[in-house]
Ligand binder design. Sequence first.
Ligand code: FMN
Length: 264
Amino acid sequence: MGFEEVAQACDGEKWFQLYVVHQELAEHMVQRALTAGYTTLIITLDVSVNGYRERDIRNEFGLPLRFTPSLLLDGILHPAWALRFMRNGMPQLANFVTSQSTSLEVQAALMSRQMDATFDTESLKRIREIWPHTLLLKGLVRHEDANIAVQCGADGVILSNHGGRQLDCSISPMETLAEVAQVMDKPVLIDSGFRRGSDIVKALCLGADMVCLGRATLYGLAAQGEAGVDGVIQLLKQDVDRTLAQIGCPSTNLLNSKYLTSAK
Ligand SMILES: Cc1cc2nc3c(=O)[nH]c(=O)nc-3n(C[C@H](O)[C@H](O)[C@H](O)COP(=O)(O)O)c2cc1C
C-alpha cells in the first residue's frame, strides 16, 4: 500500500518519513506527501551508507527477494506464510512503484537502494522551502547536530541511532538526551531500544518530549497483527503508569531529572 492509500484509509494526523535516495525524487515525494494531506515530514539522516548487517548477509536477505534453498525450505516449514505470500505476490516498495519520475538517474538511484550520501545542509534547506508544515530530522544524537538541524529550519529532532541497526556500537541517544534537551528550545523526540514503560519514563525525565517505538510494536504486529500492536501499546502504558506510581509522580508532565537521582 502506498502512502497516498494509507492517508485515505485513516483520518488521524499523518506523518511521512523520507529517505533521500535522490534529491529530485525526494522533492517529488515531498510534493506527493503534501498533496496527500501529511502534516509532519521526517527526514532520516543516519543511513547515508547502508549498515553492514551480517545477519542479513548470512541469511541472504535482500531486495528483491531471491529464492534461495534456505528461503524455499523456510516456505515449506511455514505453509500458512507461504500461502499468504503466493496469494499476495512479491512484496513491493509501493511508494516507489507509483513514483512518476522517469529520469534515468533517479531510476538508477532506486535500483541501487543506496541513500544519497551527498545530501547536505543546502539540500535540506531546499526541502524546507517546499515543505510548509512540521519538519523533524531523525537519526542524530549530538547537540551540535541538533543545533545545525534547527539552523536549517527543522521544527524538532528525533534522537536515534536507528535502534543500533546501522552501527551497533554507535552512541545511544539516551546518553546524549539530557545534553540535547538542555540546549534545544524545540521538541526533542527519541527512539532506539525502548522496550519497557520504565525506559519511557527515564527518557521523559531526561527531557524527551516524546518517545517513539520501532521493534516493540513490530513484534506485536508480527505476532498478532493490529491487535498485537494495540496490545504492546497497552502493556507499555500500564508499565508507565506503574512506574509513575512507584516513583511517586502523579503525571508524566511532572517528570524531571530529580526522579532519576537519589536525594542528597
Ligand atoms: C524493520 C525495520 C524497518 C525500519 N525502517 C525504517 C525506515 O524506513 N525509516 C526510518 O527512518 N527508520 C526505520 N527503522 C528504524 C526505526 O524507525 C527506529 O529508528 C528504530 O527501530 C528504533 O529502535 P527500536 O526498534 O529499538 O525501537 C526501521 C526499523 C526496523 C526494525
